[in-house]
Ligand binder design. Structure first.
Ligand SMILES: CC(C)(COP(=O)(O)OP(=O)(O)OC[C@H]1O[C@@H](n2cnc3c(N)ncnc32)[C@H](O)[C@@H]1OP(=O)(O)O)[C@@H](O)C(=O)NCCC(=O)NCCS
Length: 147
């Protein structure tokens, strides 16, 4: 992180969330970064969208489409070689929509001791049918593998 006077501050290191499984773990490659080695925000957004869609798809028991990115915060930069873990939790369920909170942590240099929270975002997905129109979510009780 760079401050106004151009000095560099070290982001606070944290731990990966205990007892939770990431939806996605991925390591950005040089082709995902700009010439300074910082990973493109758009690449991170694509991974966040994918990670968030997984619990939404399970809850919808079928296809979903992203209708809104409600908020997005790039709190710390992501570098080539960071091992990223994406955690996603459903925060709201409507008639056809599922809202998901996604948190992203980076293990710098692939070291578990150097964990930095880099991104958090909230996205809304809509369950859709074969006609690509909104579809009523199935009752929770009808889902066998819901978690
Ligand atoms: C997703 C889509 C089928 C929904 O159809 P729609 O007619 O716009 O949807 P509706 O207005 O009926 O709203 C559907 C749900 O989304 C919610 N919604 C609508 N706008 C929203 C917004 N800005 N933020 C959050 N939720 C929103 C509604 O509240 C509703 O939820 P509910 O049924 O749980 O109450 C349609 O908008 C679409 O195809 N969008 C393009 C999707 C896409 O290409 N995404 C990128 C690739 S996946």
């Amino acid at each position: 992180m760079t401050t106004l006077d151009n000095t560099v501050t070290t982001p606070t290191t944290v731990r990966l969330p205990a007892g939770k499984m990431p939806e996605l773990r991925v390591m950005p490659a040089p082709s995902d970064a700009n010439v300074y080695g910082d990973v493109f925000g758009g690449w991170i957004m694509a991974q966040v969208d994918l990670a968030g869609s997984l619990p939404a798809t399970r809850r919808a028991n079928g296809r979903v489409a992203t209708i809104a990115v409600n908020s997005f915060l790039f709190k710390n930069p992501v570098f080539v070689g960071d091992l990223l873990s994406f955690y996603a939790d459903i925060t709201k369920v409507g008639n056809t929509s599922v809202t998901v909170f996604v948190e992203v942590y980076a293990e710098r240099n692939r070291l578990a001791a150097e964990v930095v929270k880099v991104t958090e975002a909230t996205l809304t997905y809509v369950a859709t049918g074969p006609d690509r129109k909104p579809r009523q979510l199935p009752p929770l009780e009808s889902l066998v593998a819901h978690r």
